[in-house]
Design a protein. Structure first.
Length: 279
């Protein structure tokens, strides 16, 4: 039976250890400065200057989230398990009353709190600016965007912990993490676009539903789809994500289910792998 007190104690320890990471503070600072610049000075990715409403601002901030938040998650989680192994503290931790599932869940919860705080702090200033420039009704869409960004961080954090559970060294873990960050953020959508260009969109197996299904395999694209489906006025700002998806792929219940799967499937897989590790 899982002991909640043990899980909370481990999550507290993990939280305290991670907030001491100077690189985390640097990335949060960069996130806050860039989000402030985008919100206050303009939305240059769309060729605009000055404030042009909540939808345009959120669309620009989404691009920022896709680059930085997964990176923060990987930095937080890549050595959560392997770090304990290399430092020789994992056998000591396992010899205590804590089970492996309690250790894993405790670390996951502690890191989830850290990434949530990072996102709220990073986007807090932007929220104040939007609140000052818009009515209270517009801030609801912004909070939806922030919540979706937190889910993005948690999904990549779940992947990072999975990587840390099956690797044996920090070097291997960070190498795989960097590769996956680069693949999901830069390469994956380019591959889909390349397929469309090569087939001119006329191949029998290529249609909106198929491409939309492939988008669900990438948590960064799930983040885009999720946010677009819940906030009005965003669909026109994302080419591949918005053009090739119909009502089925933008179904809110489907996207909520897929988001949950991206969080829990890697987490459960990581727990199973961690159980099978020998020390």
């Amino acid at each position: 039976m899982i002991n909640l007190k043990v899980i909370l104690a481990i999550s507290k320890k993990e939280f305290i250890n991670r907030i001491k990471n100077i690189s985390l503070f640097i990335l949060i600072f960069i996130l806050a400065i860039l989000s402030f610049a985008i919100s206050y000075f303009g939305t240059s990715p769309f060729g605009l200057t000055g404030y042009h409403g909540t939808s345009v601002t959120i669309a620009s901030l989404m691009s920022l989230s896709i680059y930085l938040i997964p990176l923060i998650s990987f930095i937080l989680g890549y050595d959560s398990i392997t770090g304990e192994e290399e430092d020789g503290t994992m056998p000591l931790l396992l010899s205590s009353s804590a089970s492996r599932s309690e250790i894993y869940l405790g670390k996951f919860i502690g890191l989830t709190i850290v990434i949530s705080i990072a996102v709220f702090v990073g986007y807090g200033i932007s929220g104040v600016i939007i609140l000052l420039k818009e009515s209270i009704s517009h801030i609801t869409g912004y909070f939806t965007f922030v919540f979706s960004s937190v889910l993005l961080g948690i999904s990549f954090l779940s992947i990072a912990l999975l990587i840390s559970s099956f690797t044996r060294s920090r070097t291997a873990s960070i190498t795989i993490s960097v590769f996956l960050w680069f693949f999901y953020i830069f390469i994956y959508d380019l591959l889909l676009i390349g397929i469309l260009v090569a087939t001119k969109g006329k191949a029998m197996f290529i249609n909106n539903a198929v491409i939309g299904g492939f988008l669900l395999v990438n948590p960064a694209d799930v983040y885009r789809l999720f946010t677009i489906s819940f906030i009005r006025g965003l669909k026109g700002y994302y080419g591949l994500t918005s053009i090739l998806t119909g009502k089925f792929i933008l179904n809110r219940f489907l996207l909520i289910f897929v988001y949950i799967m991206w969080i829990f499937l890697p987490m459960l897989s990581g727990i199973l792998i961690f159980y099978k590790k020998r020390y």
